[in-house]
Design a protein around this ligand. Structure first.
Ligand SMILES: Cc1ncc(C[n+]2csc(CCOP(=O)(O)OP(=O)(O)O)c2C)c(N)n1
Ligand code: SF4
Ligand SMILES: [Mg+2]
Length: 351
């Protein structure tokens, strides 16, 4: 987390949304992530989506685990409720908060390590329960915060900055989410805001478990051997007066491509992503077809992006559990503690 607050001033010409707020009102503190990190682009997309939808910031609860991605809630929606949980445990804290107060918008932000490695158990159960949430995985295939180990979404055959080849098969989070019954499933790329912002808005409007897998390049782990700007080179040629890491600033990778189109994106380390945007004729209402489509494109070496599946009339966990509609903090003592006779009645039904 950073302690660097942004100045409250904003340019007088900044537009206002329906609530009279500018985009500045939806921002957070100054990011401490590496320059060019895809996660910062996702934060900007969240700011834009919430501003355009005129979401009241104090009606949002943003929750995360641990990782560079999980630090990002500090960099957007300052006036919102925030909870930085233990690594991989965001979904259960979010589920509990949601059960206690259904009136907030629950925004879970996580990493591929946080969700697909240590937190995979929590990830799958929050989805299969249909918790009403927007769950964004900022997916870079590595544990960025702990210096670039492979995560469970890293492709088999990919090479780490140390030259280690990953032999394990990857977990595809959208396939998993589809199989587990998520009612809004999408994939996007951090550098494609024209696609990402509407997907976030759609997820916010959706009632049920909305999962967004957002490919988000980690720019730091691209320092190849021979580079005069690599960590090793800088350390070897540095007469250290204190121990520091040098993180070279990189340009944000952006992508602008049409529905149905395939583009190849070269990342900072030279690796290539082949993104295929869903065609406008694609029908996102068929779960089985969505699963097949993801696998077909994957077999062709492509990563399909866009809204893969939506169940418009989805029901959430509150419907399944028949919970009270009033948030627990708004119930009076008589409702919260109805007394021994009520307890006896419940116990009688269980005997
Ligand atoms: C219980 C626990 N185990 C391990 C760690 C160390 N750790 C911190 S962040 C992290 C991985 C983060 O990876 P990811 O979620 O992909 O986030 P990124 O930094 O790539 O955005 C690990 C293993 C921890 N903080 N807590
Ligand atoms: S280490 Fe990677 S994931 Fe973390 S802030 Fe830097 S670029 Fe982003
Ligand atoms: Mg990661």
């Amino acid at each position: 987390m950073t302690y660097l607050a942004k100045p409250r001033l904003h340019h007088p010409s900044l537009g206002c949304n329906a609530l009279g707020y500018t985009r500045r009102d939806y921002e957070g503190r100054i990011s401490t992530l590496c320059a060019g990190c895809g996660h910062d682009s996702i934060s900007a997309a969240i700011v834009r989506a919430c501003w355009e939808l005129a979401i009241e910031p104090h009606r949002v609860a943003k929750l995360s685990g641990i990782g560079c991605s999980s630090k990002t809630p500090d960099y957007f929606l300052s006036p919102s409720h925030g909870f930085n949980t233990v690594h991989g445990r965001m979904p259960s804290v979010l589920t509990g908060a949601n059960l206690a107060n259904r009136d907030l918008l629950y925004l879970g932000v996580s990493g591929d390590g946080d969700s697909a490695s240590i937190g995979i158990g929590q990830f799958v159960h929050a989805i299969r329960r249909g918790v009403n949430m927007v769950y964004i995985v900022e997916n870079n295939g590595v544990y960025g915060l702990t210096k670039g180990q492979f995560s469970a979404t890293a492709d088999a055959g990919s090479v780490s900055k140390k030259g280690v080849v990953n032999r394990d098969n990857p977990i595809d989070l959208v396939s998993l989410a589809l199989q587990l019954g998520a009612t809004y499933v999408a994939r996007s790329f951090s550098g494609d805001k024209e696609q990402l912002v509407p997907l976030i808005k759609g997820a916010i409007a959706h009632r049920g478990a909305a999962i967004l897998d957002v490919l988000s390049p980690c720019v730091t782990f691209n320092n190849h051997a021979g580079s005069t700007k690599s960590y090793d080179h800088v350390r070897e040629h540095n007469a250290a007066i204190n121990r520091m890491d040098f993180i070279e600033g990189r340009e944000e990778i952006v992508a602008d491509y049409a529905p149905g189109e395939l583009i190849e994106i070269e990342q900072h380390d030279g690796s290539r992503l082949r993104l295929r945007k869903l065609d406008t004729a694609y029908d996102p209402s068929d779960r089985i077809a969505a699963m097949n489509h993801v696998h077909e494109r994957e077999a062709a070496g492509e990563i399909v992006t866009g809204l893969l599946y939506i169940e418009e009339s989805a029901q959430d966990l509150h419907t399944h559990l028949k919970t009270v509609t009033t948030p627990l903090n708004a119930l009076d003592t008589a409702a919260l503690c109805p007394g021994a006779a009520a307890l006896e009645k419940i116990n009688a039904t269980l005997r």
